[in-house]
Write a protein that binds this ligand. Sequence first.
Ligand SMILES: [Zn+2]
Length: 104
Amino acid sequence: MTLIKCPECGHKVPEHAISCPKCGCLLARERRGDDEPPEAKDPGLRGLSLFLWFLLFLAIPFAAVILSSSLYYAWREKYPKCAGQINMLGFVVFGIHCVAAFAL
Ligand SMILES: [Zn+2]
């Protein structure tokens, strides 16, 4: 049995204990898997999903900017990384459309 030190009183408690038997403080946060790094919740858009959004935006000129802005506002609270990416993607595609419009 592995013993860990209570962060409050320093009492040795079993690793799987939920609270310290001496001072009663909760040790739950010491257990693995409880606090996920923020990266796990918001890994950002990667690879294929980013490419699919790019294709979708490319397929709908002008509406892409509106859609990407809407998604940005919808996502920025929960998924700031995804929101930033989708916003940038919208403007990149807008830029491509502008260049294409001038070229034709
Ligand atoms: Zn304690």
